[in-house]
Design a binder for this molecule. Structure first.
Ligand code: FMN
Length: 370
């Protein structure tokens, strides 16, 4: 009961503030908790320990259930232990860029409450890799045994698109030994030209550089860290086909679908709907599920798919899993519903598995996908 009440009490105060300020205050509290094993275990008792087990395999990694935290909330790896204690089975930190950079001018994060959405144009505000790794060194090794740490990497704004691979390779090499998996983010709408990396003319060479770096790291560290490519929801069918072919030929481990959208679906009610940036939450849900389904048709289960975009309930999560996702992440609806959303979604999914008379989620999905 208290676990549900806690966010209901905190939310009005947080929502009365500017979005980024509310984010910074919350994250700073979670960072303080992350550094105290006593506080973390108290938080885990309220949240993590009450989440049902619903194991699922994705990119060759075993997650204890299918709900992870999407990138962008903990950009500097300040609160891994806390997000684990809130119940996520995976925590994707970043996007981190090689060098520190301030990001775009404020304000740059807007709530669209009537639409259950956010618009952000943060622009990879980042303390850079040094600060990121220093923070992440405080993450608890024991926690990483049951909560998988994803590290999402990007390029600095000052790096040209032709030189982008230098930034990604540098970042990949530095985070490799620390990461459970690495995400190559080429789909943020808030860094000029970044999404052009998704075009065939850049993508083939770009993926080649990343794959080469991964292969070298496998030899050096004697461990394969899977690499996921994060894509936009605003892709044409022909682009999805090309990206799929390249992801398969370069043997990438996963596609994360999707990032925020630059589209503004009709019917948005909030006064902030005209703000420039990436839209997330409920309005991107169906577009992202459609992109997952299209990738699944091309990837045929040979490359894992991580589904993200507007998930608020077990039904939303189920739709994305049936469309072809192997694992899921949330961001925006975690802001609107609070940490209890993880337990509620996992409980709802576990019920669906039982209703299908299946032992595991994988078995239920095989049945549901037909
Ligand atoms: C404020 C904000 C910042 C974000 N920053 C990043 C980021 O740095 N890197 C990234 O790959 N995605 C970022 N995202 C995108 C999310 O990870 C996610 O892909 C997207 O919001 C769709 O999921 P959702 O509807 O559950 O939020 C950000 C989203 C929001 C709302």
């Amino acid at each position: 009961m208290f676990d549900r009440l806690l966010y209901q009490i905190a939310k009005p105060a947080l929502f009365a503030m500017d979005g980024e300020r509310a984010h910074d205050i919350t994250l700073s509290n979670l960072a303080t908790i992350a550094n105290s094993s006593f506080a973390c275990s108290a938080l885990a008792k309220l949240y993590e320990n009450k989440v049902e087990a619903l194991p699922i395999r994705c990119m060759g990694l075993d997650f204890k259930h299918p709900i992870g935290l999407a990138a962008g909330l903990d950009k500097e790896a300040k609160a891994f232990n806390s997000f684990s204690a809130l119940g996520f089975s995976g925590v994707e930190m970043g996007t981190v860029t090689p060098k520190p950079q301030p990001g775009n001018d404020k304000p740059r994060l807007f709530r669209l409450v009537e639409d259950q959405a956010l618009i952000n144009r943060m622009g990879f505000n980042s303390g850079g890799l040094d600060a990121f790794l220093e923070n992440f060194a405080r993450a608890d090794a024991k926690t990483m045994e049951h909560t998988i740490a994803g590290i999402n990497i990007g390029k600095n704004a000052a790096t040209s698109i032709d030189d982008a691979h230098y930034d990604y390779v540098a970042a990949l090499q530095r985070v490799y030994s620390k990461a459970g998996y690495i995400t190559v983010n080429i789909s943020s709408p808030n860094t000029k030209s970044l999404r052009e990396l998704q075009n065939a003319s850049y993508l083939d060479g770009f993926l080649h550089h990343i794959k080469q770096a991964q292969d070298k790291c496998v030899k050096v560290h004697k461990r394969k860290v899977p690499i996921a490519l994060k894509v936009a929801p605003d892709l044409e069918e022909s682009e999805i086909e090309t990206i799929s072919e390249l992801v398969l030929s370069h043997r990438f481990d996963a596609v994360i679908a999707t990032n925020t959208t630059i589209a503004r679906p009709g019917g948005l009610k909030s006064k902030n709907a005209h703000e420039i940036g990436g839209l997330s939450g409920a309005p991107v849900r169906d577009a992202s599920t459609e992109v997952i389904a299209r990738f699944y048709r091309h990837l045929k289960g040979e490359v894992s798919i991580i589904g993200v975009g507007g998930i608020a309930s077990a039904d939303d999560a189920w739709d994305k899993l049936v469309a072809g996702a192997d694992y899921l992440q949330i961001y925006t609806m975690f802001i609107y519903l609070g940490p209890i959303v993880v337990r509620d979604i996992v409980a709802g999914l576990a019920e669906k598995v039982r209703n299908l008379n299946c032992e595991t989620l994988a078995e239920a999905l095989e049945q549901a996908r037909g």
